[in-house]
Design a protein around this ligand. Structure first.
Ligand code: ADP
Ligand code: ADP
Length: 226
């Protein structure tokens, strides 16, 4: 089943004669449970694509369809609700709350939304991500790789339809990067979690199910179906 789809997606910044065509007609389909890596040089449009997929910004033209719903025409208010219900974000920086322990950080977005924590699911995530021993620790006592695993657990805990990761291994050494990728891969398999990840690291990208390459706002090749 297709969970995420773009049709002739365009995002232009600025005005003539200085228009930057950050995305210039992107057609993309991601299956439910698929783990996709988006690669490309700096300025090729990766971040812009992720912002469109996650409803952080609006397209100039074209469609973004998530779970059968076209989000491209939504108002800011509708997009805020859409993001809360459907999208998990993971960034290069972990953005953990330093005075809250690992468990508290993971359930914080659920509690802020006034929802009930699904304890079994959260425990399952914590165990799967290898954080059981660290539940009561403060973020500062963890390594970078461990902190990123907490950030991933926090994103997963809200049961998002799509998980979007922007350079999740950008601050990590090779060993921790592979560790974090292992965790992402496991969640895509075990929880059938759809993941779209930006990376400029080709070796890291190889660990995804599929690689999409962007150049000058266009998809240039699709390779690596496993
Ligand atoms: P990448 O993530 O691959 O580095 P981006 O999506 O950040 O690429 O940027 C694609 C192009 O769009 C670049 O030329 C960048 O400078 C431009 N761009 C991105 N965001 C903005 C913005 N808010 N305003 C103007 N230009 C932007
Ligand atoms: P990344 O390192 O993930 O590619 P960037 O450094 O390209 O991110 O962009 C960081 C933020 O700045 C994004 O929100 C992007 O939209 C914005 N941005 C990027 N390029 C420009 C630009 N030329 N003018 C204004 N904003 C920009």
């Amino acid at each position: 089943m297709v969970i995420l789809k773009t049709e002739a997606l365009k995002k232009y910044y600025g005005k003539e004669p200085n228009v930057v065509k950050a995305l210039d007609g992107v057609d993309l389909e991601v299956q439910e449970g698929e783990f996709v890596a988006v690669v490309g040089t700096s300025g090729s449009g990766k971040s812009t694509l992720l912002h469109m997929l996650g409803g952080l910004d609006k397209p100039t033209d074209g469609k973004v369809i998530v779970g059968g719903k076209d989000i491209s025409g939504m108002t800011d208010e509708q997009l805020t609700i859409f993001r809360r219900r459907n999208v998990g974000f993971v960034f290069q920086s972990y953005n953990l709350v330093p005075i809250l322990n690992v468990y508290e950080n993971i359930v914080l977005p659920i509690e802020l939304d006034g929802n009930t924590v699904d304890q079994d699911y959260v425990e399952n995530i914590i165990e799967t991500l290898g954080l059981s021993e660290k539940k009561n620790h403060l973020p500062n006592n963890l390594s970078g790789g461990q902190q990123q695993r907490v950030a991933i657990a926090r994103a997963l805990a809200t049961k998002p339809s799509i998980l979007l990761a922007d350079e999740p291994t950008g601050n990590l050494d090779t060993k921790s990067s592979q560790d974090v990728l292992g965790v992402l891969k496991m969640t895509s398999t075990k929880f059938h979690q759809t993941i779209v990840m930006i990376t400029h690291n080709e070796q890291i990208a190889q660990l995804a199910d599929r690689i999409i390459r962007i150049e000058d706002g266009k998809i240039v090749t699709m390779e690596g179906w496993i």
